[in-house]
Design a protein around this ligand. Structure first.
Ligand SMILES: Cc1cc2nc3c(=O)[nH]c(=O)nc-3n(C[C@H](O)[C@H](O)[C@H](O)COP(=O)(O)OP(=O)(O)OC[C@H]3O[C@@H](n4cnc5c(N)ncnc54)[C@H](O)[C@@H]3O)c2cc1C
Length: 643
């Protein structure tokens, strides 16, 4: 059945600059630390924020099926190029790499690093003219899938090097001279790293203490400070270092500036203080790096002075796609493990896969893996289609959803393997069983919801972007810091916008689903996505009206909106990909594929329903009060371990 758009044209949202955006948020009730963090992040928001994407449209009730159907196909030429590299990489991993030995010793043998360099694995996306393989984002994600299925340590080495290390920011922001100097080196295997974190700088770069002072002639900067947990830092030849440069006056007030520098590790004053060790990723070359009067030429600034956070955020927008892709590989490996084990392990007179409790877990692993892969491939294709496209929301959703799903998947894989899941691969082998490394995979995978934007920060980021169109329309009206005349003007503009937009959220249509030929099961789920997107937009608007500027503090509530939008993206990406796979599948496979996607979408709809319900009925306020009492030490019963 086709749906015809009979609703009025939606008014265009008001366009604002990044500086104006910052003033759209009422910071008057914030403490100095919160205000500094917000102002700095707002100023660094990507200019792409002015456009809309499939992901951002979902939160505004503007689901547009033509933005996700048909599922983007990789061209044969691009696929062949990727396959040629992936075959070489797979052969090398199988023949030369022993992940359990790497985990046991905490070292990646130098011949493995050299072999990877020879294959071009350190310069997958770097263009051939600079000595790289020049592969697409989709092929890079496919390589991350392969690596993620094989070994977390090598995945982290290559990902920290090229997703956040020198290659990605240089490709995006480097001058021709910087590219010519550094890209051939890093493509050939000189390891690079990204240094932002400090003991007091985790998720909040506003508190950065590493400083870069210009020399009197302005030709150099002198860096002083210490960076924590710098992955690849103990092996790197070159680093991207974030440092505070002299503050700038914005609206009569000094604003902190962060600048990104390319720093050669052999520059006098750079010192690797120590190597850090973790629960998993035991062969991560991660360390504390100290900078003592390190003199760096001005030419080594990336993008511009004061634009470091923009470099970091933009780099991560694309760089963040590596983790969900690696999680796809890990999840497929889990699926392989549970498929074999649940079919052969007999308990209580049947294969454990026949027991409903285990079958339920296997379905979850399969459905979520398909959705994760669909999100990762769709998001990668956005980058390949247009290097300047806005992929921030899709990448953040894929990272948030993919890393959380992968953790559940590895946890349930351990449960299905029972005691053998908890036993180390070495111990299994020593007893004569196959060394299936679920225990190592679990240790290696836990970090994924913490680094490259923790789940909490991803939800805040996505909530900020979800609210962005509303802030542009109504932010100034609600901001007590804005003069009354301006607020009244903004109120009139907002009134006009919402008079068109709000009624539209109650009307069906506009999704363009009618133009697309779809399997009936997929169509049913896509109709749900379209109507749930409008419901999401209405509920978000109601929350804004109810809480006003205080909505920003309702993190748990906002998290539910974000989770609904993210599930809708997962459903849409899965249905779109399934529709395109149907064409290539035999009838029996088609039935199974539809069964898989129907199961996944039905389960996602239940999660969405729970989140909608949680918007109205929740214990958020009680939980917050309880946590504050705990923090104040109000319950002496907890201060004694033994009652
Ligand atoms: C193995 C490993 C490798 C790493 N590699 C690198 C690297 O290569 N380069 C680099 O620069 N850094 C690296 N990091 C640092 C990593 O990016 C940080 O750990 C991450 O940013 C979180 O910072 P944090 O650990 O200080 O946690 P914090 O920022 O202190 O956060 C603690 C908890 O509070 C939550 N939280 C923080 N702020 C808020 C808020 N406003 N609202 C709600 N919740 C909040 C967080 O989500 C988290 O759950 C690495 C870390 C590890 C462990």
């Amino acid at each position: 059945m086709s749906t015809i758009n009979t609703t009025p044209e939606e008014p265009k949202p008001i366009q604002t600059s990044a500086e104006e955006n910052a003033s759209l948020i009422d910071t008057s009730k914030m403490n100095a630390g919160q205000r500094a963090a917000l102002e700095m992040t707002e100023a660094a928001r990507d200019a792409a924020a002015e456009k809309t994407s499939f992901g951002s449209d979902l939160f505004m009730g503007r689901f547009d099926a033509t933005k996700i159907f048909p599922f983007p196909e990789q061209s044969t030429e691009d696929r062949d190029q990727g396959d040629a590299f992936l075959q070489r990489l797979e052969k090398f991993l199988k023949e030369k790499v022993d992940p359990d030995e790497i985990d046991r010793t905490g070292e990646i043998p130098q011949e493995v690093i050299d072999g990877l360099a020879k294959l071009g694995a350190f310069g997958i996306k770097i263009s051939r003219s600079y000595g790289g393989l020049g592969l697409s984002q989709t092929n890079y994600s496919r390589a991350a899938m392969l690596l993620g299925s094989f070994d977390g340590n090598i995945t982290a080495l290559l990902s920290a090097h090229q997703s956040i290390g020198v290659p990605q920011p240089l490709i995006m922001f480097g001058t021709e001279e910087q590219k010519r100097k550094y890209l051939p080196r890093v493509a050939a295997g000189e390891i690079s790293a990204f240094a932002l974190t400090e003991p007091d700088v985790g998720s909040d770069p506003a508190t950065m203490t590493t400083s870069a002072e210009p020399t009197p002639d302005g030709k150099h900067f002198i860096i002083n400070g210490e960076k924590l947990w710098c992955t690849n830092g103990t092996k790197a030849g070159v680093l991207v270092v974030m440092a505070k440069t002299p503050s700038k006056m914005v609206n009569g007030k000094p604003r902190n500036q962060v600048t990104a520098f390319i720093v050669d590790v052999n520059t006098p004053g750079v010192e690797v203080v120590c190597r850090c060790h973790f629960m998993g990723l035991r062969a991560l070359y991660n360390g504390v790096i100290r900078f003592k009067d390190v003199k760096v030429p001005r030419e080594n600034i990336l993008l511009a002075e004061g634009k470091g956070l923009r470099v970091a955020l933009s780099t991560l927008n694309t760089g963040r796609l590596t983790l969900p892709a690696a999680c796809v590989g890990l999840s497929k490996r889990c699926l392989e493990i549970v498929k074999d084990w649940a079919a052969k392990r007999v308990q209580w007179g049947a294969n454990i896969g026949k027991h409903a409790a285990i079958a339920d877990k296997i379905a979850m692993i399969a459905g979520n893996t398909f959705a994760m892969e669909s999100m990762a491939l769709f998001s990668s294709s956005i980058v390949d289609r247009d290097k300047k496209a806005d992929v921030r929301l899709e990448a953040a959703m894929a990272k948030l959803w993919g890393t959380e799903a992968a953790w559940r998947i590895v946890d349930e894989t351990m449960q299905i393997r029972g005691g053998r899941g908890y036993e180390t691969a070495q111990s299994l082998k020593a007893r004569g069983e196959t060394g299936i490394p679920v225990e190592r995979m679990m240790r290696d995978c836990r970090i994924n919801t913490i680094f490259e934007g923790s789940s909490e920060i991803m939800r805040l980021f996505l909530a900020r972007e979800a609210l962005d169109p509303h802030l542009k329309v109504a932010g100034a009206m609600l901001n007590s810091q804005v003069p009354m005349g301006q607020r009244l003007k903004a109120a009139m503009k907002a009134g006009m916008f919402y008079a068109g937009w709000y009624p539209r959220q109650w009307l069906p249509g506009g999704s363009k689903l009618g133009r697309i030929s779809l399997h009936p099961v997929l169509k049913r789920h896509m109709r749900f996505v379209a109507s749930a997107s409008r419901r999401l937009a209405r509920r978000l608007f109601h929350a804004m009206v109810r809480f006003g500027p205080k909505l920003e503090r309702e993190q748990v509530l906002l998290g539910r909106f974000v989770d609904i939008g993210t599930e809708l993206f997962a459903m849409a990406a899965s249905c779109s990909r399934a529709q395109s796979l149907l064409k290539q599948s035999a009838p029996e496979q088609q039935k199974e594929l539809i069964g898989l996607v129907d199961y996944f979408c039905s389960a996602a709809r239940l999660r969405i329903a729970r989140n909608f319900d949680g918007i109205r009925r929740n214990v958020d306020a009680k939980a917050y009060r309880c946590a504050q009492s705990v923090l104040k030490g109000a319950f002496p019963v907890f201060t004694r371990i033994v009652p």
